[in-house]
Write a protein of this length. Sequence first.
Length: 147
Amino acid sequence: MYGRILTVWIGGGLVANFTWEMLQMPLYGKFEDGWRRCFQAALGDVAILAVLYALMACAAEDWAWFGALSRRRLLLLAVLGSLVAVLLEQRALLAGVWSYRGGMPRVPFVGVGWPPILQMILIPMGLAVLSRFWYLRDLRGRGDLRA
């Protein structure tokens, strides 16, 4: 079961984040060799997913925290994801690692783009829901009726 969950968070996270990065690429400035930079960004996003997963596991005191996925846990995941995204985007923008083009929709008063924030909210939430699906399926397959 944990191998499948690891595959969901790493493999699924890489595919989802690479796709998201490619779709939002036109909103960023200076993107020569775009697909390669998007792949590198997606690898970094998977590292962020690992941090979010670990934070959620610590908060729930359970490595299978997604098994009892509630609105409260989803809200916590969304808040953590958005905070991480805002901090990383602000840091990268200030350091000149990347820049936004005029079409980037921005969060008022914060100045960072909406797409990277939504990325770190929606993708982790989707992975949590998918993990819950596989987790409960495995429990039912073993005959554990508690799920």
